[in-house]
Structures are given as C-alpha cells and as structure tokens.
Design a protein around this ligand. Structure first.
Ligand SMILES: [Zn+2]
Length: 414
C-alpha cells in the first residue's frame, strides 16, 4: 500500500520581533491582506463558475510571482483550489487563504523560502519588496529538518499571518510503501507495539515479539508514559483570573492592571501547551524509535497497534486534546518510516480468553491487577489490551499466563 505522508514544522515569529530586526512589518501585513482578498475572489469565481474580474487579475500583478503561482497555476503542486467542488461551501465570505510557496535548501536560491541550515537561518522572499526576511532557526529545528531531509522529501511551505504572528509551516512529504497487513495475522514474525491511550494514565505501550509459525510470544517491554501533572499550573491560572475579576467588581481594574493580568494568564497557558507538545513529541518519538529498533534486533516485521480512544470516554478529561493529537501525530510518524499502523478497539476490562467482565483484585498507586472470575486469567489492566490484540487479531494460540506472567507468556500449541 502506498501512502502519502506529510510532516510539518511550524515556526512562529511575532511581528514585533520581526520589526526589531529592522524589517517593515506594515509591508508584510499589506502583502497578506492583498493576497487574501485576491485569493478569496478567485476562490468564489471558481466555486460559482464565473470569470474573475479583470481588475482583480490586474491587481494580482502587485503580488510576487511566488504568491501568484498557487492561485493561478492549476498544474502547480501548490495550487490552492484543487478539488474545490468537493469542499462544502464556506460560511464566511472573506476566506483565510494563505499562500503556499516553494522551499529550497541553500545554496539553491530560486524560491520563496530558502533554508540555510549551515547558518541556522530561514530566508523568506516576496513579503518585503525587493529584499528577503532573514530569521533564525532554533538548533532543535535545524536538527529536525536535517533528519527529515535524509529521506529526500518534497518541500513546501505555507505562510500564515495570525494574531500578529508570522507563521511559516514547513511541509515535508513523501510517498511511502507500507507493507499490507492482513488481520488476523496469519503467519510470520512480528514486533508489535500495542499502544493503549488511556484517559486516566496517559499512554501505555507494550512491546511484544511473536513468531506465529513457531508459536512464540514474549512481552519485551512495557512502559507507561505520564504527562507532567498540570494541576498546579491550572490552579494558578484560575487564581489569577479570580483576582482580576475581584478587582473588576470593585472597579479597581485599570487598563494597565488588566494588561498585566492577561499577560500572566497567557504566559501560563503557553507554558501548559509547551508541556503538552513536548509530551506528545517525546512519547511518539520513543514509541516509533523503539519499535523499529526492536524489530531490527528480532529480525521481525514492526507493527504498531493503537487502541483508539473512544472520544466519548475521553470527554471532559483534561488530557483529551493532548491524547487525540498524540494518535494523529503517532500515525504520521509511524507511516513516515513505512511501519504499518493499525487502529482498533481493544477491551481492557474484558477477559481476552473468555470475554467475561474482569474484576479488580489488587490496586496500587502504580498498577491495577484484574482477574477473570471464570477462567482465572490475571494481569495488569494495562497489559490486557495486548492480550486482546493477540487473541482477536492473530492466529497465534496463546495460553493464558500464570501468576508470574510479567515477562514470559506460556504457549499452547495446536
Ligand atoms: Zn476469562
């Protein structure tokens, strides 16, 4: 199966910061406004099947050719109005359309965005008349881009101006051949990572090696990923908001104080979202890297199985957004390396062997041990999804593990 995978990095530069570097930010804002107006006009003309206004087309000459390409050139990769007929009609009249532009790596220069990785800089042409805008890249970003470039992907960028922040979204895409996986797994050797997305704990990953032909099954590793507890930060946010409201109620909230309180809140929210982003990035990276490494070591086909969270069960959970984003990002990262990715529902409280509802027998801070009242199967709740997968989606016959099941699973053979 061939899939198209795109990985994206978002670089954010506040306009205030860009102005400090000596660039005329008014010109940047004007360019975006002009582009948005012209692109919206062309969008509606195309959608409604009418000829664009010649005055508007003439006005488009003021835009740099980098930006004209994605609204006029239908054969371009970056053309914005592909499959426009299939998209439902937008409610807004003026649309948030952003220019899609080409990206090259220095010493090539002939494009809108130039990545100069040796100098850790990104150069954007066409926004400022005549000159380029040169912005610094973080060390981490440079390393990430270098790693991605090894795979020789296609490069594209979207320039976005949102809330006085210039955003550069770098898209790297490639077409990947992913082995087809037949379920239930008929034969062969696999290293399977069963990822259980859990609203209470965060993420639990179980790595197993199975050799269906020889009837071998082993749990190699088992790891829980927990996000840092954010309750302190959240209560700080509500504390500041309470203070601000109290001041407002007695009429003592002047403009300067209001700005100060809002700044404190937004700083804290930024911190929270940075922690979440970090958690998602680290967790997904580790799952993907470890799975590939183990597969190599065992000479087996890697496979990632995600117990997709039920949006209902995650509802209201503070972790919800983070976990849903995590599945999305994990999928992209996994497919990028050509590792098959499967999403399915795996029960964690139903006995994988006889489908009886299991009961908690022991509960500690770190684990919950469940036991099946009918057949006596006993395991950590977080290991149950892995057994469920083996029982329901492979032809391997696994006998249920006895007490000492942590790392070895006893096997029945036919
Ligand atoms: Zn049972």
């Amino acid at each position: 199966m061939r899939v198209e995978v795109t990985r994206t990095a978002v670089l954010r530069y506040p306009l205030g910061f860009v102005a400090k570097l000596g660039y005329d930010t008014n010109q940047i804002v004007e360019t975006f406004k002009l582009f948005r107006a012209i692109a919206t006009h062309l969008y509606w003309c195309k959608k409604l099947g009418i000829e664009p206004d010649p005055n508007v087309v003439a006005k488009a000459q003021q835009l740099h050719s980098y930006f004209r390409d994605c609204i006029f050139n239908e054969r371009s990769q970056r053309y914005l109005f592909k499959n426009i007929d299939e998209i439902p009609r937008p409610r807004k009249t003026l649309l948030d359309l952003n220019p899609r532009v080409g990206v090259v790596i220095y010493p090539k220069m002939n494009n809108c965005v130039v990545l100069n990785l040796d100098r850790s800089e990104i150069w954007v042409y066409g926004l400022n008349r005549g000159t380029s805008i040169r912005l610094l890249l973080r060390k981490k970003t440079v390393e990430w881009i270098k790693k991605i470039l090894v795979e020789n992907p296609r490069k594209m960028a979207t320039l976005v101006l949102r809330d006085d922040v210039l955003e550069i979204h770098l898209h790297f895409s490639k077409s990947v051949e992913v082995p087809d996986i037949e379920l239930p797994l008929p034969c062969g050797k696999y290293v399977i990572a069963v990822v259980d997305i859990n609203s209470r704990y965060g993420v639990v990953c179980t790595w197993m090696f199975i050799d269906i032909d020889r009837g071998v099954c082993r749990v190699i590793r088992f790891k829980k990923y927990r996000r840092r507890n954010l309750s302190k930060l959240w209560s700080y946010v509500s504390y500041i908001q309470r203070l601000r409201d109290r001041l407002r109620n007695i009429g003592a909230l002047d403009y300067r104080k209001k700005l100060l309180y809002n700044k404190l809140v937004s700083q804290c929210l930024k911190k929270i979202s940075a922690i979440n982003r970090d958690f998602v990035a680290k967790t997904t990276n580790e799952i993907v890297c470890r799975t590939r490494r183990l597969a190599k070591r065992y000479g087996a086909q890697p496979l990632i199985v995600v117990d997709k969270p039920d949006p209902e069960s995650l509802k209201g959970s503070a972790l919800q957004q983070t976990l849903l984003r995590l599945t999305k990002i994990l999928r992209v990262k996994v497919l990028w390396y050509g590792v098959p990715y499967i999403e399915c529902r795996l029960a964690s409280t139903v006995c994988p062997f006889c489908n009886e509802k299991m009961k908690v027998v022991r509960k500690t801070k770190r684990s919950r041990i469940y036991r099946c009242p009918r057949c006596g199967f006993e395991a950590d709740r977080d290991l149950v999804p892995a057994y469920s997968f083996l029982m329901h989606y492979s032809t391997l016959k696994v006998g249920y593990p006895q007490r000492d099941h942590q790392h070895k699973v006893s096997i029945h053979r036919d």
